[in-house]
Design a protein around this ligand. Structure first.
Ligand SMILES: Nc1ncnc2c1ncn2[C@@H]1O[C@H](COP(=O)(O)OP(=O)(O)OP(=O)(O)O)[C@@H](O)[C@H]1O
Ligand SMILES: [Mg+2]
Length: 220
């Protein structure tokens, strides 16, 4: 699924613009790293690209269509292919496993085998029956990432995914991201720090400062 931002402006309060005339194209499958300091607008950019926040001005074009002009039904259909993972993990009441399957349940398509696969892969098997509220910060982050991965999105936006993850889980995530891209997916990653493991795999770099794209570079 091709996504493009055309002259996108965004404001939370209707006064200060935190995204300013952003032009971006996620036209090829790949890993798009959005890099910038705290407050640059990375989270906002990811939420606009994931079809969560509606731009104040400009358009988000998905496979040639202006997303915000689509009917509610069409919007819902398109959104099924897109998943955003918050920087701070959102944990609902219930067990770890229930937290992982929540997105699937909403879509009424729980694939228990796929859930088992990712639970093992992210080392969560021993805690899967535990109340999710008892998870450590890194475990909670892993759960929120697995919750997205089991939905097999075509566009996956990860907000500071490596914060809190241990080395093993971070490496597993890198493998899963590469795998997703090899199948034609697009992965957007917001970060304030260019981790070594990220610079090794990034295909594109979006440098964001004060809500403006300063540079959009193809790396490999
Ligand atoms: N809900 C909100 N209401 C009002 N202003 C907001 C809100 N969320 C973010 N902002 C403002 O928008 C600007 C960009 O915030 P954003 O969260 O997109 O930055 P960021 O690059 O993700 O920062 P960080 O590295 O700290 O995560 C900031 O100035 C912030 O204060
Ligand atoms: Mg952020």
């Amino acid at each position: 699924m091709e996504v493009a931002l055309r002259g996108v402006w965004y404001s939370y309060d209707g006064q200060v613009h935190v995204l300013k005339n952003v032009e971006l194209e996620f036209s090829e499958p790949g890993i798009y790293v959005v890099l910038g300091p705290n407050g640059a607008g990375k989270t906002t950019l990811l939420k606009v690209s994931s079809l969560i926040l509606k731009p104040a001005r400009g358009a988000v074009i998905v496979d040639g269509a202006d997303f915000w002009e689509l009917s509610e039904e069409e919007k819902e259909r398109v959104r099924r292919s897109v998943t955003y993972v918050h920087d701070k993990p959102i944990i609902i009441r219930g067990s770890v496993r229930e937290n992982i399957t929540i997105g699937m349940k909403i879509r009424r398509e729980v694939d228990e085998e796929l859930v088992d696969y990712y639970i093992k892969r992210y080392n969560l098997a021993s805690v899967q029956r535990m109340p999710a509220s008892r998870l450590s910060a890194g475990q909670a982050k892993a759960v929120s990432i697995v919750r997205a991965l089991v939905l097999r999105p075509q566009l996956l936006a990860l907000d500071e995914p490596f914060a809190f993850l241990d080395d093993l889980r971070a490496q597993t995530l890198v493998e899963d991201i590469i795998n997703m891209v090899s199948k034609g997916g697009r992965v957007l990653i917001a970060t304030h720090y260019m981790y070594g493991r990220l610079s090794n795999i990034a295909n594109y770099l979006v440098e964001l400062l004060s809500g403006e794209v300063r540079r959009f570079t193809k790396l490999r």
